[in-house]
Design a protein around this ligand. Sequence first.
Ligand SMILES: [Zn+2]
Length: 449
Amino acid sequence: MTELLFRGATVYTTQGPGDVDVRVVDGVITEVEPRGSLRGRTVDVSGKWLLPGAIDVHVHSRDPGFPEKEDFGSLTEAAAAGGVTTVIDMPNTVPAVDSAGVLEAKAALARAKARVDFGLWALIRSSSSPDQLQTLAAAGATGFKAYLGYGFDGARKQLLYAAESDDPGLEAPPDYGTLARLGPALASIGLPVAIHAEDPAILNTFKRPYETYADVLASRPPEAESVAISASAAVARQCGFHLHVAHVSSARGLASAEEAIAAGTRLTIETCPQFLWRSDADYPRLGNTMKMNPPVRTMADQVALREGLRRGAIGVVATDHAPHTDEEKGRDLEHALPGTPGVQTLYLSCLELAQQMGDPWLAPRWVSKGPAALAGIAQRKGRIAPGYDADLVLVDPKRFTTFTPHGMRSRQKHGALDGLRVSFAIESVYLRGVRVGTHAAGRMVPPTG
Ligand SMILES: [Zn+2]
C-alpha cells in the first residue's frame, strides 16, 4: 500500500477552495478533511494550490501516422508538464480510428507510451454504419467526431484537410445527412458527437487565395461556423443525440450554439486558449504559428468567448493541440499547415484568464470538471473528493511562468501563446498518486456514464 497525505495547500474541493488535508491511498483519494485532522506522514505543500488534473478533450497525438510531428510519448510528456493528466485523442491519426480493430490497436500503442491517462475519439465517415459505431462504443471510444467537409482517402485510411477533399476519387465528407442517417444509432449509444463546425458550402463560396491574414478571415467567415452549428444542432435535436461543438471560435458561432441549447438541444460548447488570448492583431508577430482552422478571429470574438466562458455557457476549454513541423509551419500563409501545439499551456493560461475575471478557481471547472463530464469519466476524474483518482496538480500562485519554445516538451516547440506571462507556476503533477516523470504509466479511461 502506498499512502500520501497532502497538508498545507488551498485545495479545490467540491465546496470551493478550502484548507483541507487530502489523503491518497494506492492512487485514489480516500479522505478530504479539515486541515490538521488526518494523521500520517505528510507532504508539506504549504502556500500552494492543489487542483484536479486537467482533461484535455481535444488533442492530436499524430500517432500512429506522423511521428515526426509528435507521438504519444512526447504528447503526454507535454501534457504532464502542464498539469494535464488525461488527454482524449482525436481520431484522424493514420489509419483513422473508424473501426473497433483500429481503436484497439491504437489503444495498445498509446498504452505503451503514455505518461498520462487517455481516451480515444472515433471517426464518423460518410460511409460509417450503425453497427460500426456500436462496436467502436463497445471498444471504449469516448465519443465520435465528424469533420464536416473533410474528405477521406480510403486507400491510405486517412482523413484529409478540406482543401484536399475535392478529388472525386475520395470518399465524400460526412455532412448533415450523415448525422441524420446515423442519428438514431448515435442517440441510442449515448456518447457525445463532436463536430468540426465549418460549413463546406460557405467555405467554398468565400474561398480565395491567402495573401494576407485578412484573406484567411474572409475565406472562413463566422457564418460558416454558425451555420454548421445550427444545422448540426437541428439534426441532433430531432434525433436526440448529444452534440459537442469543438473549438468554437466566433461570437456568432457561440450565439448559434446558445440558441440551440435554448431550443432544447443537448449541446456542449468547447473553446480553446488561442481564441481566448489571441486575435488577428497578433498575426504580424506570431505568423503561421497561429494559423489554424477555424481561424483566430477578431478582438470582438475574443471578448464574446471570454464572456461566454465567464457566465458558464462554454463548459469546456480544450487545446486542439495539433503539431506540425517547422517546415510545414514555415511555408507561406497559403501553404502552411493549420494547427499548433498547446496542451502544455492549457492549465496555466486558464488560471491566468480566470484570475483576470476575478476568480481563478473557475479554471478547474473549464479544464477538469466540465471535460470529465463530457468524456463520461466524471465518476473518477475532475474532482478532489473521496473515491476519485488522485490526479493532482500542485500550483505555486506566487511564481510567474512565461511560455517560451525552450520550455515546451512537445516535439514541436512553437505555440500560439508564445510570450504570454502568467502569474502561476506548475510545481508538481501526480497521476493516480504517482508523481509524473519518465515512467510510462498512462491507462485508457473509457467512458463509464
Ligand atoms: Zn482538432
